[in-house]
Design a protein around this ligand. Structure first.
Ligand SMILES: Cc1cc2nc3c(=O)[nH]c(=O)nc-3n(C[C@H](O)[C@H](O)[C@H](O)COP(=O)(O)OP(=O)(O)OC[C@H]3O[C@@H](n4cnc5c(N)ncnc54)[C@H](O)[C@@H]3O)c2cc1C
Length: 198
């Protein structure tokens, strides 16, 4: 079985969700993942000293490049530069539409950050982000396991978590595991052991 996943936002949250999904590929389950990013990540502004195992002082573009390398070692993902303007359809046949972009997928992850959200088609889901110390920051409303609408999940600081890389990664892990669980119809986690890939 192959599931098509569109991830909107290719910063740390979008890439973390992709990494967890890629790591869950097995003999029964495969993924086609497209990541669309318009290049306005908060991560572009950082130098990181407070994330375990990240090299001290690593900057945003290097975090993105290294994480892409790690994802691609598990699954070939397609990266698209651009902006998604509209989402339509239902779980299993969701459409993400932008200029010269028209992707159909089973699931969508919104890893769009806290600066703005103007994607049409999802109703009035934009709320004030009340855990950030800057004005006009937003989050997206969801229910249950970060589900904005059936088949559409929010990840990263767009979900309303504190604006820290580790918090964005945690939220992105939850979105990916919620999708894995939805596919299987039971709780799924993506765990390895020292011998699981040997
Ligand atoms: C100056 C600064 C310093 C920071 N320092 C630290 C620090 O030291 N330690 C720490 O832990 N955290 C730090 N942070 C916070 C950290 O950068 C964020 O928590 C983290 O980047 C959030 O990741 P994210 O993937 O959720 O969102 P983002 O990094 O903001 O990424 C969202 C992505 O979605 C894309 N996007 C949005 N809408 C669309 C669309 N419609 N179509 C296509 N793409 C879209 C954007 O272009 C962007 O690339 C800092 C932040 C700033 C601004």
């Amino acid at each position: 079985m192959k599931k098509r996943i569109t991830i909107i936002g290719g910063s740390i949250a979008g890439l973390t969700s992709a990494l967890i999904l890629a790591s869950a590929k097995n003999n029964e389950l495969d993924f086609e993942i497209n990541i669309i990013d318009e290049g306005k990540a908060d991560l572009n502004a950082v130098a990181i000293y407070n994330v375990p195992l990240f090299p001290k002082g690593i900057i945003g573009k290097d975090i993105i490049a290294k994480t892409k390398e790690q994802v691609d070692s598990l699954l070939k993902v397609k990266y698209i530069n651009g902006k998604i303007n509209e989402i339509s359809g239902d779980k299993g046949a969701l459409k993400a539409i932008g200029e010269n972009i028209n992707l159909e997928s089973d699931y969508i992850i919104l890893a769009t950050g806290a600066s703005a959200f103007d994607i049409k088609g999802l109703g009035n889901i934009v709320k004030e982000h009340n855990l950030m110390n800057k004005p006009n920051k937003i989050r997206l409303e969801y229910k249950g396991r970060q589900e904005v609408k059936s088949g559409i999940y929010v990840a990263g600081i767009a979900s309303g978590v504190t604006s820290m890389v580790t918090a964005a990664m945690g939220s992105a892990s939850e979105a990916a595991c919620a999708i894995l669980s939805d596919i299987k119809g039971e709780i799924v986690v993506a765990h390895d052991t020292p011998t699981s890939r040997k």
